[in-house]
Ligand binder design. Sequence first.
Ligand code: S3P
Length: 172
Amino acid sequence: MKKANIVLIGFMGTGKTAVGKTVASALDMKYLDTDLMIEADAQKTIPEIFETLGEPAFREFETEAIRRITHLRGYVIATGGGAPMIEENLANMKRAGVLIRLTASPEVILERTSRASNRPLLKTPNPMKKIQSLLSLREPQYNKADYTINTTTLSIQEVAEKVIKIWESQPS
Ligand code: S3P
């Protein structure tokens, strides 16, 4: 049976948001970003949540937001990079849709994430080291996705086309 939604997982800077929006508009589906759900629930930005409530509180908001996506249909859902580290989240994301993981090289991740200042986890003196250690910690969970697309040398449009092909290949 065709899955209800497309769920994008993967590290910060792998293109989940940009690709998700492009895919949603191409397929005439709705777009949702769990980070935005969390900000709406907490009435704070992600950096503010980390700063004032701490990462464990952020993860609780995240798990709650991901519980809610299991009730949706017809959405392209971009999720936060750390979400698959909690088994309940991974199980709920799998229930919600076809799970597509985006990857990129650490160098490209660093370049893409250094353009914005909204990633509290990368606000460290050596972000490259942090990217590498988080990537290796998270790899086993990311690997549980149904599909993987390496975005290192691809444009947003090219990645979106691959996502669309995967979606169209799903049984109806
Ligand atoms: C995080 C990724 C962020 C956001 C938060 C924590 C992570 O989302 O959820 O800053 O743990 O990797 P993006 O992957 O959309 O940047």
